[in-house]
Design a protein around this ligand. Structure first.
Ligand code: UDX
Length: 449
């Protein structure tokens, strides 16, 4: 059965959610205050690189099941509203900035009475500090017929469509999970939206608002901790001559630990993990239990140190005593996005390393199949080059910092023909050291001898 749906805030999360809901057969309207973004989406153009997204966007538009607007008045008849607004890090601290979310809820409240008390569901998907859902529920509670469910989103960039249409689990946060009578109808309404997903046997967990908010924050904190854990072991490996990939492979075979998110390297970045662990710490401090999450400060610090380590290693390989000795040296950085299959450069380790090298006076050229426009906007002084061969030409040192498929498959012998001096740092531990050394390269990696 099809439901009329709105998705308010069509950034990464919201746009993918809107197109995915249309893919499930619902009648969807996406809203954003950014008129350019709305126009692009209505024209079938994806404002970001995400495999499979543009296809489902176009399919939804062509089938007349999907459209985008800037006007809240267009949302008057909608049965289920999803909140997909961004909650960036505040400029004055570590906490999350809830301005966009609160403004959207204020605007939504204006149109909700038009439903005349007919059952209407508001579903929060944004990542928020624990306690936010309850305050928003109070704000909405005054409108007859309206219910709020907090339904956190776990999508990964690069797999966003798949993660939305085939999630590991669905989490519904409700005001009082014990009060079945009050929540049954609302839960049923959201189940109807996700019917195709639930029919496949996907777990659906109903819990309190606070638990649902904590699920999201703790999942991201756990993932960040796992990455920083292996990167801390990487520092131990550097001090002892051990190979971190051996350690990771062996500990990952213990199924209590598992092999995923144990890839040591230049660390995590992106629009979620770094800001979310900081917001989580800020939230713990506000609640008077700052000590419980104090370890996340260390997780963040380990992550930052890996970026500095690459810069130091670059100086070392180029025979520069200090990073100031990098002046004029020609360095090529492979990758600008925070991870492959994404054009997102927010808090990208690759971009930060490139900027630090440039600040130290090096002549840095950066290449990436999708993220150069974003890189140029964020770091206007960097020299960008789309073509990989062209980017490699004349380099005295190559840094692989985002593991795009084409960089993992570079042939050491052929690549050697392009560069000035065959020196490489594998910042993602994806190349085979022996193969590169045999081809005459001076090869270094993070946490590997
Ligand atoms: C993350 C969460 O995975 C997702 O569930 C949540 O909804 C949003 O935040 P995303 O930001 O898309 O998703 O990226 P993810 O795939 O988690 O990678 C995050 C960063 O960690 C990347 O910079 C990646 O390169 C790095 N990473 C990941 C490692 O350094 N090592 C690993 O083993 C795994």
């Amino acid at each position: 059965m099809s439901t009329t749906i709105s998705v308010i805030g069509v950034g990464y999360l919201g746009a993918v959610h809107a197109a995915s809901m249309a893919e499930l057969g619902h009648d969807v309207i996406g809203l954003d205050v950014d008129a350019d973004r709305v126009a692009a989406l209505n024209d079938g153009h994806a404002p970001f690189h995400e495999p499979g997204f543009e296809q489902i966007l176009r399919r939804g538009l062509q089938a007349d099941r999907l459209r985008f607007t800037t006007d809240y008045a267009d949302l008057a008849d909608v049965e289920v509203h999803f909140l997909g607004l961004g909650t960036p890090q505040r400029t004055d601290g570590n906490g999350a900035d809830l301005r966009y979310l609160r403004a959207a809820v204020d605007s939504l409240r204006e149109v909700l009475p038009a439903r005349g008390g007919a059952p209407t569901l508001v579903v929060g998907k944004s990542t928020v500090p624990v306690g936010t859902a309850r305050t928003l529920a109070e704000q909405l509670g005054a409108v007859e017929g309206v219910h709020l469910i907090w339904n956190p989103e776990f999508l990964r960039e690069g797999f966003a469509v798949k993660d939305t249409l085939a999630p590991d689990r669905l989490v519904y946060g409700v005001a009082d999970p014990e009060d079945h009578e009050a929540t049954e109808a609302a839960v049923g309404r959201l189940d109807a939206v996700y019917a195709q997903i639930l029919e496949r046997g996907t777990s659906r967990l109903v819990m309190g608002f606070e638990a649902a908010e904590l699920v999201k924050a703790s999942a991201n904190a756990f993932l960040a901790t796992k990455i920083s854990f292996i990167n801390a072991i990487s520092e131990m490996c550097e001090a002892t001559g051990a190979d971190v990939t051996d350690v990771a492979r062996a500990i990952g075979m213990d199924d209590r630990i598992g092999p995923k998110f144990l890839r040591a390297g230049v660390g995590f970045g992106g629009g979620c993990l770094p800001k979310d662990i900081r917001a989580f710490m800020a939230s713990a401090e506000d609640l008077g239990v700052g000590e419980s999450l104090a370890f996340l400060r260390e997780v963040d610090a380990i992550n930052g140190r890996r970026r500095i380590r690459v810069v130091e290693l670059a100086a070392e390989m180029l025979g520069a005593e200090t990073t100031s000795g990098l002046r004029g040296r020609r360095i090529t950085v492979l990758g600008a996005a925070f991870k492959p299959d994404s054009d997102d450069v927010r808090d990208s380790p690759a971009l930060e390393v490139a900027c630090r090298l440039r600040e130290a006076g090096a002549q840095v050229r950066i290449t990436d199949p999708e993220a150069l426009a974003g890189a140029a906007r964020r770091a206007p002084g960097l020299e960008t080059e789309q073509d990989t061969d062209q980017a490699l030409r004349g380099a005295e040192l190559v840094l692989l910092l985002t593991e795009w498929g084409q960089y993992k498959e570079l042939d050491p012998a052929r690549t050697r023909e392009l560069v000035e001096v065959p020196r490489i740092i594998d910042g993602r531990n994806v190349l085979e050291p022996r193969q590169w050394r045999e081809a005459g390269w001076e090869f270094r990696a993070l946490g590997r001898p």
